[in-house]
Design a protein around this ligand. Structure first.
Ligand code: NDP
Ligand code: 8X3
Length: 251
């Protein structure tokens, strides 16, 4: 049975890969991001397979999110799956050296954007007693690393918000999953390092990171489990990534 899937951050990376995979499944798509051009290119690419509605949207703007949801054309208005994926890291400096504008942008996108999309799409799911919200967290939400400061904090929020949504939704047929990927090669590092392509490439050099398609496959899988099965949280890494030891300062 075809589903209607709302994907934020669909212009690149995980979001675009999710769009391609859900389109393969025959689902109807609402694709949202700030950049219109890649969204339209994706819509044209997927047109032979899927009905696609694009929304040029900055998820940080609460009113714009509300208007986008309320303005969905009728055929796209009953959202079955929300992939809350739009997000970013900016910078890797220690906390005392960061640009506070970067902190604002991460909080506004990764936390506030995600809760706005949830808040405006969830009532329809509850009313129809049918839905699934897949929130994209990160290993950075559980495992600290130098320079992860606010980015990791925003992803810890996503984890706990996801659990609290489950608590609120007990008794409803609305599922919530928090998927926490490790290092994956997308535009993520280009964004984090503000267009420094060489520094971004170094993140993935000499190893095999996860791909956007790996993550899309997992997103699709959790939505295709029997309706009573809720994957609450899932952490996934490339086999080439693991944890470091606790740090000790020895002056
Ligand atoms: P990309 O940079 O490739 O994609 C990020 C997407 O988010 C883009 O489509 C971008 O679109 C969108 N986006 C960013 N800000 C906004 C905004 N204000 N409003 C709407 N859309 C926005 O990164 P990934 O695909 O890797 O990242 C997707 C998610 O996965 C993020 O939440 C990230 O934190 C998380 N993640 C990434 C990991 C990685 O290693 N790659 C690992 C763990 C988690 P546009 O610029 O057009 O608005
Ligand atoms: C992205 C993974 O480890 O770069 O969320 O923070 S990491």
């Amino acid at each position: 049975m075809s589903r209607t899937v709302f994907i934020t951050g669909a212009s690149a990376g995980f979001g675009a890969a999710c769009a391609r995979l859900f389109a393969d499944r025959g689902d109807r798509l609402v694709l949202a991001a700030r950049r219109e051009e890649p969204l339209l290119a994706l819509r044209d690419e997927l047109a032979p397979q899927a009905e696609v509605h694009t929304v040029t949207l900055d998820v940080r703007r609460r009113k714009a999110v509300q208007e986008a949801v309320e303005g969905l054309p009728d055929a796209f208005s009953r959202i079955d799956i929300l992939v809350n994926n739009a997000g970013l890291a900016l910078g890797l400096e220690p906390a005392h050296e960061t640009n506070p504008d970067d902190w604002d942008a991460m909080v506004d996108t990764n936390i506030k954007g995600l809760i706005y999309c949830t808040r405006f799409l969830l009532p329809g799911m509850v009313a129809r007693n049918r839905g699934h919200i897949v929130n994209i967290g990160s290993v950075a939400g559980s495992w600290p690393y130098p320079g992860g400061n606010v980015y990791g904090g925003t992803k810890a929020f996503v984890e706990q918000f996801s659990r609290n949504l489950r608590a609120d939704l007990l008794g409803k047929r609305v599922r919530v999953t928090c998927l926490a990927p490790g290092m994956a090669e997308t535009e993520f590092s280009m964004v984090r390092f503000k267009g420094d392509a060489e520094r971004a490439a170094q993140v993935y050099a000499g190893t095999q990171a996860l791909t956007a398609e790996d993550i899309a496959g997992i997103v699709a899988w959790v939505t295709e489990l029997p309706p009573h099965v809720n994957v609450n949280a899932l952490e996934v890494m490339s086999i080439f990534q693991s944890w470091g030891p606790l740090a000790v300062h020895r002056p």
